[in-house]
Write a protein that binds this ligand. Structure first.
Ligand code: FES
Length: 194
């Protein structure tokens, strides 16, 4: 068994699975049940026996004591939100969530907007300023469709979603729509050509 916010549940699967089984509200931006665990966004950090760990990539360990809403965890989430708003302006449920934490984007300033958009495809559009680099699109493309359109290029603040420096319409995209469906931040959206 494992204790989540004082509630005892079976220690099965990942810590995130156990948190959900206990009814704990743990944000998970890059996790998606159909995809392999990514561990990219760090939104799912919780306290396990006094240590901060990523719930999606940590196994639910027998006897562990987890806190998902402690002051430490909530302060971490606000700070993560501030850092995310420095590098992007996520829309969709991710944007709503980090703003609900009280993140305003004021603490660390705003990095220079990427300003990169791609509207070359007939039905899939991309706006880099909304992208949080969670790699759900990349993993959806590879793991659901078996295509390999996306890559992450650059490091740190300069890392960004890429597809070989060509217009998106010239990639091997088969328009399955998995990337648009799983993008949590409004960076990849469906629509008519602009
Ligand atoms: S959901 Fe765990 S790191 Fe993104």
């Amino acid at each position: 068994m494992i204790w989540i916010d004082g509630r005892e549940v079976a220690a099965e699967g990942s810590l995130l699975d156990a948190c959900r089984a206990a009814g704990a509200d743990v944000p998970a931006f890059c996790e998606e049940p159909r995809l392999s665990a990514g561990g990219h966004c760090r939104a799912c950090m919780v306290e396990m026996d006094g240590r901060m760990v990523a719930a999606c990539t940590t196994p639910a360990a027998e006897g562990a004591v987890i806190h998902t809403q402690s002051e430490r965890v909530q302060a971490y989430r606000r700070d993560l939100g501030e850092l995310m708003l420095r590098e992007a302006s996520p829309q969709g449920w991710v944007g709503e969530r980090i703003r609900a934490w009280g993140a305003t984007g004021g603490r660390y300033g705003v990095a220079v907007p990427l300003g990169r958009q791609d509207h070359s495809h007939a039905t899939i559009h991309f706006d880099a300023d909304h992208c949080i680099r969670c790699r759900r699109c990349l993993r959806a493309c590879e793991e659901i469709e078996g295509a390999f359109v996306f890559a992450i290029e650059g490091r740190g603040e300069a890392s960004h979603l890429a597809w070989g420096g060509i217009p998106f319409s010239e990639t091997d995209c088969v328009t399955c729509g998995a990337c648009v469906e799983l993008c949590p931040a409004g960076a990849l959206v469906a629509g008519e050509a602009k």
